[in-house]
Write a protein that binds this ligand. Structure first.
Ligand code: NAD
Length: 447
């Protein structure tokens, strides 16, 4: 979808005018292209200890130039990684955080800042919990200070998980890369040392069979294209009325189409049957299909409430139940559900939608625990404002506000949501489960 404002302020007199009036000046974000460097320059690694050393070794293995001291004048940095996994009290934040701060002006456009620290818990001593939680406040504020498409995100390690555990490195690579263009101010928690880094980082889903619901258009079609690009074999699902567009997407990704209303009682069985009979397995399920029927609660009728719940959450629950009860899924099954920032912050006129999307987040946390034994994971992504037909229907003034109120001052693209799903669906994310990853450019609403 066109963002005419961004086009206008990106060049010529539009750019000068925006500068003079102090208007938002969103920049074109760095997005994934095969063969392009992981980051646009050397990476400064601050912090000390075993975690920092392990991160240095791993990043050097990705052919990155790693600096451990302040960069020489004139250096343009592709990123800053701040190793804070060893902090034991709030005083410990000062040296590494200020060292990172001193280098912020050297960041290239669309550079990355990534913190690596430990998740705080009630079992921590108060000073330790304060230091660990303090990292989250620091990163979220730092992300709001970055400019030119640069982003800041963090990795939270559970106790006992090393900084170079497969999913910690997988998350680090994702956050450094162009794949995380619209993920900003967010954390991924690595709960276990499970997971495996791919042999070929450009084909992390090679050999996997993935089902994507609601794939005839919008975010779902982008997910199908992205997972196929990353090596997966695709089954694309949508309602029969969207059959023509669905067939086009299926052809494009060289997958198969399944015309199915996901609210049908036997939807789970039909999906499983199709995947097994046509492709011999089912490794990844992406619950993307969703609808909105907005009304203030005072004006809400049962049809609007019930249809949103039926498509957005009840269908996902029923399909998951059927699949998990079948005993026919492989080890390491991946579920990724599309939630929404409305389910976190709430949104006027969306009590039904927010109930369904907050429900999705509750569902993945509970499902994560059930899948743990078989090495499976369940996670959600929560998109903010994404440029699709769904958001193109929002009245212009509200749409313009919606796409500007985030740190990157623009709406995300469907591919941005798809990239986050691709990572969570990969073997590299095997230690990440029960997470909700926002893809919202650090939307001002919710945390
Ligand atoms: P969209 O309306 O463009 O596409 C949704 C697709 O789901 C359509 O192809 C539709 O036919 C399909 N679908 C609807 N009901 C179905 C059913 N019963 N069975 C099978 N398929 C069905 O929407 P989108 O913007 O691409 O959104 C995709 C997902 O992302 C949704 O879950 C939505 O809630 C979520 N989301 C979108 C945004 C955004 O800004 N666009 C923000 C947050 C969350």
């Amino acid at each position: 979808m066109a963002d005419k404002y961004t086009d206008f302020v990106s060049r010529g007199w539009g750019r000068d005018l925006a500068k003079r009036l102090g208007l938002p000046q969103p920049v074109r974000l760095r997005r994934y292209e095969p063969g392009a460097p992981l980051v646009p320059g050397p990476v400064l690694l601050v912090g000390s200890g075993a975690g920092a050393d392990a991160l240095e070794t791993a990043m050097k293995g990705w052919d990155l130039e790693i600096l451990r001291d302040a960069p020489a004048a004139g250096t343009t940095l592709g990123g800053i990684v701040i190793a804070l996994d060893g902090v034991s009290g709030p005083e410990d934040l000062s040296a590494p955080v200020l060292a990172a701060g001193a280098a912020l002006r050297a960041l290239a456009p669309s550079a990355r800042v990534v913190t690596v620290s430990r998740r705080s818990s009630t079992a921590d001593e108060p000073a330790l919990a304060a230091a660990r939680a303090g990292v989250e406040g620091t990163l979220r504020s730092l992300a709001k200070e970055l400019r030119n498409g640069a982003t800041g995100n963090g990795i939270l390690l559970a106790d006992g998980v090393e900084a170079d555990a497969p999913s910690a490195l997988g998350a680090l690579r994702f956050f450094l890369s162009a794949r995380s263009a619209f993920v900003d101010g967010q954390f991924l928690t690595v709960g276990t040392a499970k997971g495996e880094l791919p042999d070929d980082p450009d084909k992390p889903l090679a050999g996997k069979v993935a089902v994507v619901t609601g794939a005839a258009r919008g975010i779902g079609a982008a997910i199908a294209r992205t997972l196929a690009r990353d090596g997966a074999t695709l089954v694309v699902v949508d309602v029969p009325a969207a059959g023509d567009s669905l067939a086009k997407v299926a052809n494009e990704v060289r997958g198969t189409a399944l015309q199915l209303d996901i609210t049908k009682p036997d939807a789970g069985e039909r999906i499983l049957e199709h995947a097994l009979s046509r492709h011999g397995g089912l490794d990844i399920l992406v619950h993307n299909a969703g609808i909105t029927r907005d009304k203030l609660l005072a004006n809400m009728d049962a049809a609007k409430w019930d249809s949103v719940i039926a498509v957005n959450i009840a269908a996902q629950l029923r399909i998951n139940d059927a699949l998990l009860a079948s005993g026919r899924l492989g080890e390491g099954f991946r579920i990724v559900s599309v939630a929404s920032t409305s389910g976190i912050a709430g949104n006027r006129g969306q009590t039904n939608y927010a109930a369904s999307k907050a429900g999705v987040m509750g569902m993945v946390r509970s499902t994560a625990a059930r899948l743990a034994g078989s090495g499976g994971t369940a996670n959600a992504v929560a998109p903010g404002f994404i440029e699709t037909e769904m958001t193109a229907r929002i009245p212009l003034a509200m749409r313009e506000v919606g796409r500007r109120i985030n740190s990157l001052q623009q709406g995300g693209q469907p591919v941005d949501v798809a990239e986050a799903i691709g990572f969570l669906a990969s073997d590299a994310a095997g230690g990440i489960s029960g997470n909700v990853l926002r893809v919202c450019g650090q939307y001002w609403m919710g945390q």
